[in-house]
Design a protein around this ligand. Structure first.
Ligand code: PLP
Length: 452
């Protein structure tokens, strides 16, 4: 096993990290994780913490699910890889498609297009949304609308519909024809109110206004997360997504639900669209679908889209999009085993119950620590927003947030910091004791942040 100092030195020398400044690697080196068991991770120095990040919102069953590991091992022995391009497929891919059809029957999402992760699933939906309109002879519909604060991955299409300037500015110009409206966010919004329902109505009015301005017949799709994740866990009023659905229907615009985080239980329902009672036309999934033991995703297609493509006999209906690893048999085997475990444990029920305990705990932390401006979340996705001053909502400083991370880590819980937010997305199989442990460590983290 390589020596800890050697690894730390060479991490700084030879590796660049996603969403990090390479120059930071020496002064503020990342925790180097070497092992994991259950819902805990252990770093190279032997320090074990409860993983309140769930990897990256994705190790929803934790790290010790033998049935997934075994399914992958068996698949590696049987067929480690074969392409699914046109002339070939594999048995696990078909089995998984049948299984996903069962999962998404209420929404009528009957076709799966496999990808290597969330950004790929988003890109697939965006590209096929444009093609859907071409197939229908509506080729001028090419634009996309999305929400500010939304996150849709890092490919150029996904980044172009992204709603966070930090992920766009250094990469501009983005894809032409992408427009964002305000997110239905109670804590910060341009409407001067914190009434969730009123904010939802205002956002919908903005959406209608933007559609009228662009011209409905120029818009291919609206893409949104049912609960915004990376943007700071923004939970819209329950009326919001159904209203978006209605607006899209009225104007012939496809609705793409980006459920890379919310599919398979995180919100406390089976997926986020179902939580709000909406059937999207397309759905992006990834992350939890293989419990993240394999990089994999599925872009799910609804009846309207399926009908348009499958009834078309012209070249325009040919899907000119795909990945070398689309329908990777090991990924499909991992997904089948994962979905079986999720279904058996009904993890969304635990996510809902533990989520209520977590929100209660966060409320208490807010009462105790002035540095907490807002706490929010649903199921097992939550955020604590840190501010210097509650009335002005001035975001807390970077050192304060870093201190929160360090103190929580020291106290035995790994949290994620993003901007001035602490993000919590633990595995969905955590216990009530784990929630208590999280709140205890956060208490220490917030005290440390306040003392900076
Ligand atoms: N969409 C959403 C909602 C996400 O949260 C993410 C990643 O966090 C992505 C897309 C991109 O997924 P990936 O990082 O697997 O490419």
């Amino acid at each position: 096993m390589l020596d800890s100092n050697f690894l730390k030195e060479n991490n700084a020398k030879h590796m660049w990290h996603p969403m990090a400044h390479p120059a930071d690697m020496r002064n503020n080196p990342p925790k180097m994780i070497r092992g994991a068991k259950g819902v805990e991770i252990t770093d190279i120095d032997g320090h074990t913490t409860l993983d309140a990040v769930g990897g990256l919102w994705n190790a929803n069953l934790g790290y010790s699910v033998d049935s997934i590991k075994q399914a992958m091992t068996e698949q590696l022995a049987e067929l480690p890889y074969y392409s699914a391009f046109r002339g070939t497929t594999n048995d696990k891919a078909v089995e998984l498609s049948f299984e996903l059809n069962e999962w998404f029957k209420p929404e009528g999402l009957t076709r799966a297009f496999y990808t290597s992760g969330g950004s790929d699933s988003v890109e697939t939906c965006l590209r096929l949304a444009r093609q859907y309109h071409k197939v229908r002879g509506e080729g001028e519909r090419t634009k996309f609308i999305s929400l500010k604060k939304g996150y849709h991955g890092t490919h150029f299409g996904g980044a172009s519909v992204n709603g966070n300037a930090n992920f766009r500015r250094n990469y501009e110009p983005m894809l032409a024809g992408c427009f964002q409206i305000a997110a239905p966010w109670t804590y910060r919004n341009p409407f001067g109110t914190d009434n969730a329902e009123e904010i939802a109505n205002r956002c919908i009015a903005m959406l209608e206004d933007e559609i009228a301005f662009q011209g409905a017949d120029t818009i291919a799709a609206m893409i949104m997360e049912p609960v915004l994740g990376a943007g700071g866990v923004i939970v819209p009023h329950k009326s919001f997504m159904p209203m978006v659905r209605d607006v899209c229907d009225k104007h012939g615009i496809l609705l793409i639900a980006d459920e890379v985080i919310t599919a398979f239980g995180r919100t406390g329902d089976v997926h986020g669209s179902r939580l709000w009672g909406v059937a999207p036309d397309m759905m992006c999934t990834a992350k939890a679908i293989t419990n993240s033991y394999f990089p994999f995703g599925a872009a799910m297609m609804g009846e309207k889209v399926v009908e348009a493509f499958e009834s078309n006999k012209d070249a325009v209906g040919n899907i000119g999009h795909g990945y070398t690893y689309s329908a990777h048999p090991v990924g499909c085997a991992a997904a089948l085993a994962t979905l079986a475990e999720i279904k058996k444990a009904k993890v969304w029920e635990n996510a809902e119950a533990r989520g209520i305990e977590l929100q209660n705990g966060l409320e208490q932390l807010k009462e105790k620590h002035q540095i907490v401006g807002d706490t929010r979340g649903i199921g097992l996705m939550a955020a604590i927003e840190l501010v210097d001053d509650r009335p002005t909502k001035t975001p807390a400083s970077k050192p304060a947030i870093a201190a929160a991370f360090d103190a929580a880590y020291e106290a035995g819980v790994t949290i994620r910091v993003s901007g001035n937010n602490i993000i919590l997305s633990p595995p969905l199989v955590i216990t009530a004791d784990d929630v208590t442990r999280m709140i205890g460590a956060l208490d220490k983290g917030l005290a440390a942040a306040a003392s900076v």
